[in-house]
Design a protein around this ligand. Structure first.
Ligand code: M6R
Length: 378
């Protein structure tokens, strides 16, 4: 099944609107997608979801939260875990749907299970949703395709509104999922009364700045040719970062693998020392994400180490950063923004890196070999 079918009129082919590929078009549609994800959901300094009418008693009852998804959607769930644990004070587990559905998770009526799926038709995510429902958990879906099975079967559903995503590699749906993770975690904490107003105000202001700042990133094409030359013919490369930057690194690695067929792995920057450093050489470029201030120095430290092993390093940092350029061979700058949301911007250069590398290697960018847009069969 085509996960985007409801967006296309009968007989109407999706259009690239002058872009060489759907993936590039969808990367460039992110500012509008961000606006759609935010539209109507921030009112007078509060997060509002017309789709949710949760009471404080309901939210307080949840003593365990799961976020369950596959692939890129799973990567967005990692953000949800950190945000919910911090804002709501409840333990959150993020699980790969194909694993979750075949084990014995602790689920009951005090559990909230959140399912994230662009298509809303992914077989494993749907199987996990049915399992959670049968165990008495409250289920909440975050989906993009209107009327999908997951959207219909979950107790609650939040639409991303990112519009049709045709390229197999998810880009605008992913960043819209990230925005939704911020909005949802703030909303739940707001209902429960655990979110400091000042902190909420800062984050909501920053989320509203995202469309404009994403647009700035999309106009800065000068960063990519040099790094593409360095990575387009390698066998393998690594992405590193810490905390949110690590989750972005995971997404960057997946994007590069699926579009350009280069082997790529992501590590929490410190973890690379526990084995993988043995294969870091001049043959293995490293892409470092270092936009989180709280862990910035730690990531710089690992960058110095991989440079000493001979690796070419390209780093994504915030504008105004003067330290990283002393160590990394190549630096990509993103606009400054409230630090907790900066990783949403930092992933855009990684999407472009994957796209341009795939093009340079002559790959079938929109329809990579062996993959389908929605994995509706196990
Ligand atoms: O439609 P879904 O969000 O449930 O799809 C989940 C994954 O199959 C999907 O995110 C996949 O990893 C993408 N091709 C990544 O770009």
């Amino acid at each position: 099944m085509n996960g985007n079918c409801e967006y296309q009129g009968v007989g109407e082919a999706p259009k690239k609107d002058g872009f060489a590929h759907f993936m590039l078009k969808e990367i460039y549609e992110q500012p509008q997608a961000f606006q759609k994800a935010l539209q109507g959901r921030i009112q007078q300094g509060q997060v509002k979801f017309a789709e949710l009418n949760l009471t404080r008693e309901q939210v307080k009852r949840w003593d365990k939260i799961y976020i369950i998804a596959c692939g890129t959607a799973y990567h967005s769930g990692l953000f949800g875990k950190l945000l919910l644990e911090e804002f709501l004070g409840v333990a959150v587990e993020v699980e790969i749907a194909s694993e979750f559905r075949y084990r014995h998770p602790l689920l009951n009526e005090n559990t909230l299970a959140i399912f994230v799926s662009q298509s809303g038709e992914t077989a494993d995510t749907l199987g996990a949703l049915r399992k959670a429902k049968n165990s008495g958990a409250t289920t909440l879906a975050i989906t993009n395709v209107v009327g999908s099975t997951i959207a219909q079967e979950a107790d609650y559903n939040l639409y991303l509104g990112a519009g049709p995503e045709i390229a197999v590699a998810s880009t605008k749906a992913y960043t819209s999922m990230l925005i939704m993770q911020y909005l949802l975690s703030i909303y739940l904490a707001q209902v429960k009364g655990t979110m400091p107003e000042q902190k909420k105000a800062k984050i909501l202001t920053a989320l509203q700045e995202l469309p404009e700042k994403a647009q700035q990133i999309l106009t800065q094409r000068e960063f990519y040719p040099e790094v593409i030359q360095k990575i387009k013919n390698v066998q393998s490369l690594f992405f590193i970062g810490r905390v949110f930057d690590y989750y972005i690194a995971l997404e960057g690695a997946l994007k590069l693998k699926e579009t350009s067929y280069i082997h790529a792995e992501a590590y929490g920057a410190g973890e690379i020392k526990h084995g993988t450093m043995a294969i870091v050489t001049e043959e293995t470029p490293v892409v470092a994400v270092a936009v989180q201030k709280s862990v910035y120095e730690k990531t710089v430290h690992i960058v110095k180490e991989v440079v000493a092993k001979g690796a070419f390093v390209s780093a994504v940092v915030e504008e105004g950063d003067t330290e990283m350029q002393k160590w990394a061979h190549h630096v990509i700058y993103i606009p400054q923004i409230e630090n907790i949301v900066s990783p949403i911007l930092a992933v855009i250069p990684l999407q472009l890196l994957a796209y341009y590398t795939a093009v340079a290697r002559g790959c079938n960018v929109d329809q990579p070999r062996n993959l389908t847009k929605a994995v509706t069969m196990e």
